[in-house]
Write a protein that binds this ligand. Structure first.
Ligand SMILES: [Zn+2]
Length: 147
């Protein structure tokens, strides 16, 4: 079993059972550390709306119209249904930060996934070919779909 020893002075809690190029490992470790900086987050989106009330003589009916709002809403899907929550401007400002934190989380996880795929693919390729048993003629056995 090969374990890459990285002498950077910090603790590495999970060691790979296979060798990974140093630059892979460094980028992966950087991504993992950046996860620790992400605070609370929320999914969904922040919507800023203006409305027209339809009352005659209201400024929203003037030309040019001066609509009511902005009104802020947090919308998200819950079990397939869109759920909307009204927010004040101050709440919307906070929510925008949490939504951005959620997007940052997705970016970091996405980058980790790409890097992981490449690193683990190298590990698979490094194994003896016979151990991998790809595409046995005759279609016997389960097909392992590697996506
Ligand atoms: Zn109006």
């Amino acid at each position: 079993m090969l374990s890459a020893s990285i002498n950077t002075g910090r603790q590495v809690s999970v060691k790979n059972s296979f060798a990974v190029p140093d630059d892979f490992q460094q980028r992966y470790d950087t991504l993992k550390r950046s996860l620790a900086d992400i605070g609370y987050f929320r999914r969904g989106s922040l919507v800023r709306r203006f409305t027209l009330c339809g009352k005659a003589g209201c400024a929203c009916q003037a030309s040019p119209p001066s609509p009511h709002g902005p009104y802020f809403q947090w919308t998200r899907k819950v079990r397939g249904k869109t759920v909307t929550v009204r927010l004040t401007r101050e709440q919307a400002t906070e929510l925008a930060r949490w939504i951005e934190a959620g997007r940052e989380l997705d970016r970091v996880i996405g980058a980790m996934e790409k890097l992981s795929l490449r690193a683990t693919e190298r590990a698979l390729q490094a194994l003896p070919a016979a151990a991998r048993r790809r595409g046995v003629a005759g279609g016997r056995g389960k097909s392992a779909n590697a996506g």
